[in-house]
Design a binder for this molecule. Structure first.
Ligand SMILES: *Cc1c(COP(=O)(O)O)cnc(C)c1O
Length: 462
């Protein structure tokens, strides 16, 4: 039976396989043929009959074609976020609107002045274009952009605190999802942690008493993903600034989510803004590009020119540098902030966070009607619930929303969820209280149709 198995060379001259070689890399085609031959050998070993083996051999080109197509189908792909969590780190955090994405594509498919000074005709700096913009919007003296905020914190500490001590309050030793822990990053950057105060209370005198000849910086970390409430006390930026001036120890703040607008204007809790930090005199402030700012993944570092210049000279900056896609997207997103009135229209993250509950309810109603019209035994209820900002931002902010609870006699909530994940266009909803839930807050135009189509496919399976 083993003699029935065709030779690789014979297969490669088969017309159907030759056609595959025109479409796919030859090496890959060979790999998949080998896999198929392996398969056939196993079948023989398992005692399959001749008829079965001959059919399998006949089917090699088809099988290889299917496997190749499967192997090369998009792996990283679009999904529908029906969780209601706006800055969903697992689903790609902040979205960019289509116009801005097009501007980026233009830079991607053409050459650009990324590091070229068109005026002088000499090499320029890749940060020059974005730096002016960040300075104008934040009021800082200088700015630098790196891969993400974790990189920003690492770079800042390695530059200013290596070999010395960084003072930090015990109430701010935070962990962010994905095992980014402030104490670990501090150690990795070569500085020693000097913890002061307690979990709930830290006083100015704690910082004062901690300063010694080895002190390099004081670090403030915005506890963006949790809140200590009750009997608490933290030292204000202004007080720390005074201490910093008196002692000459630089003051650094990791602001995390980095809002550039006052969220109170939209009826949300006040979240310290980047501009406030700069106004209070912090020397260096770092924040993420893809959290509340609503841009691409990036770590933005702003502050005193003299210190930013030092950062630019650190070799680590080269390793943490951002590419042109990030720079272009960031430029487009930042420009929107010059017009406070259109920010919530043009930046999807802010748009979703500030959606009116009434509008979400209407959207839920429309979606319910479409699901009811399927006539496929799904029952649908609209209930009041809460969505989350996500991304470790505004942890205590409960955004009022109206969700759809979808029930089915045939399918459990887990079955529905699993099916929705496995569709060509996957939908990620959530399960709560044994119900499958869709929160319209994070749905984009076109997402309703995808949800309906997927539910139709599921309903028709019975
Ligand atoms: C999110 C966050 C970080 C990490 O930022 P990334 O952009 O995800 O690297 C660091 N510090 C704080 C306070 C954060 O909230």
């Amino acid at each position: 039976m083993y003699r029935l198995i065709p030779k690789m060379d014979d297969l490669l001259s088969n017309e159907d396989i030759k056609a595959l070689e025109m479409e796919y890399p030859v090496g890959l085609v060979r790999d998949f043929i080998n896999l198929e031959l392996q398969n056939i050998r196993s079948s023989i070993k398992d005692g399959k009959n001749k008829e079965f083996i001959l059919a399998k051999i006949e089917n090699i080109p088809n099988e290889v074609r299917n496997n190749l197509a499967n192997y090369l189908k998009p792996q990283l792909k679009r999904v529908v976020n029906a969780t209601g969590t706006v800055i969903h780190t697992n689903l790609g955090r902040s979205l960019i609107n289509e116009e801005m994405a097009e501007e980026m594509v233009d830079i991607l498919v053409h050459y650009s002045n990324l590091e070229y000074d068109l005026e002088k005709g000499v090499r320029g700096s890749r940060y020059q274009h974005i730096e002016e913009l960040i300075k104008d919007i934040t009021g800082a003296e200088a700015a630098l952009v790196v891969n993400n905020n974790a990189a920003a914190v690492l770079l800042v500490l390695s530059t200013f605190a290596e070999g010395g001590e960084a003072i930090i309050s015990r109430g701010e030793l935070i962990e962010i999802g994905g095992s980014f822990r402030i104490p670990d990053v501090m150690e990795y950057s070569g500085c020693t942690l000097h913890e002061v105060g307690t979990t709930n209370k830290t006083h100015l005198k704690d910082y004062e008493n901690a300063i010694n000849e080895n002190t390099k910086v004081m670090l403030k970390v915005h506890t963006s993903n949790y809140k200590v409430v009750g009997f608490t006390d933290a030292v204000s930026n202004t007080e720390l600034k005074e201490l910093s001036v008196k002692t000459g120890v630089p003051l650094i703040e990791d602001l995390g989510s980095g809002v550039l607008v006052d969220l109170e204007d939209y009826g949300l809790d006040h979240e310290p803004t980047v501009q406030e930090s700069i106004r209070s005199g912090i020397d260096i402030v770092t924040f993420s590009g893809d959290k509340l700012l609503g841009g691409p993944q990036a770590g933005i570092i702003i502050g005193k020119k003299e210190m930013i210049d030092k950062l630019k000279k650190n070799q680590l900056t080269r390793a943490l540098r951002v590419d042109k896609m990030t720079l272009k997207l960031l430029e487009e997103v930042l420009k929107v902030y010059f017009d406070k009135n259109s920010v919530a229209d043009k930046i999807p993250t802010l748009n979703m966070i500030t959606k009116k509950t009434e509008d979400i309810k209407n959207h839920a109603q429309e979606l319910k009607e479409k699901i009811d019209n399927l006539n496929l035994n799904f029952t649908c209820e609209i209930v009041k619930d809460y969505s989350e900002v996500g991304g470790g931002s505004l942890p205590t902010e409960k955004l009022e929303t109206y969700v759809l609870e979808i029930n089915s006699k045939e399918f459990s909530e887990d079955k529905i969820d699993k099916f929705m994940h496995e569709c060509e266009l996957p939908v990620v909803g959530r399960i709560s209280d044994k119900k499958y839930i869709i929160d319209p807050r994070t749905l984009l135009s076109g997402d309703d149709d995808i949800i309906i189509n997927n539910l139709r496919k599921l309903g028709e399976k019975i």
